[in-house]
Design a protein around this ligand. Structure first.
Ligand SMILES: Cc1cc2nc3c(=O)[nH]c(=O)nc-3n(C[C@H](O)[C@H](O)[C@H](O)COP(=O)(O)O)c2cc1C
Length: 170
């Protein structure tokens, strides 16, 4: 899809069909994460594909914002692996993980899948139910699946600040 159209079509999908996402589409989602840029190419991110029944139930323990999605792609980063800006010690791991999450959101849209970024999860419970992620700070649990046609973008999806509040010229 042409990028401008893709950017316009992306929205937070919060109603999914139970239909599984095919393996070849999951590979395409992972491809865009793999090619995503990171600060100084440190590639500090770690990614989990969550589709087993056991771990889907675990998703429901860590957040109410799971929307019964059949697939989660969880993205975090290893503290200490990312590039750190020397003047203020700003760790770019969360930025690198966010680029990966945004990339997967656009790719999901291009594949005809629905997707929503979920950061509202209980960190203590995440550590309890996903011990595999122990070395990571988790940034996004991307909920992915085929969109239920009865769902739609939230009303606020269309609420945008005036450009004059956001864009400046100098
Ligand atoms: C960093 C980040 C965290 C988010 N966390 C959640 C979340 O936990 N639950 C949720 O339902 N949506 C979450 N969202 C989706 C936003 O609420 C949504 O992108 C925003 O309201 C604009 O709507 P739109 O995506 O339909 O354009 C998150 C989005 C971002 C970028």
């Amino acid at each position: 899809m042409e990028f401008k159209k893709l950017a316009e079509e992306r929205y937070s999908c919060r109603k999914f069909l139970s239909q599984e996402v095919e393996a070849d589409k999951i590979e395409k989602l992972l491809d865009v994460i793999h090619t995503a840029p990171s600060a100084e190419n440190h590639q500090p991110i770690r990614v989990w594909v969550i589709k087993s029944e056991e771990k889907r139930q675990a998703m429901k323990k860590i957040t109410t914002y799971h929307y019964n999605a059949p697939l989660t792609i969880a993205i975090g980063f290893v503290p200490g692996e990312a590039w750190v800006r020397s003047c203020d010690q700003k760790d770019m791991g969360i930025v690198d993980a966010s680029i990966a999450a945004t990339s997967v959101w656009f790719e999901a849209t291009d594949l005809g899948l629905g997707c929503v970024w979920v950061s509202a999860f209980d960190v203590d419970k995440q550590k309890e139910y996903f011990p595999e992620m122990a070395e990571c700070e988790m940034v996004a649990f991307m909920q992915i699946g085929y969109p239920d046609p009865t769902g739609q973008a939230a009303k606020w999806h269309y609420d945008k600040k005036n450009r004059s509040e956001m864009f400046f010229e100098m």
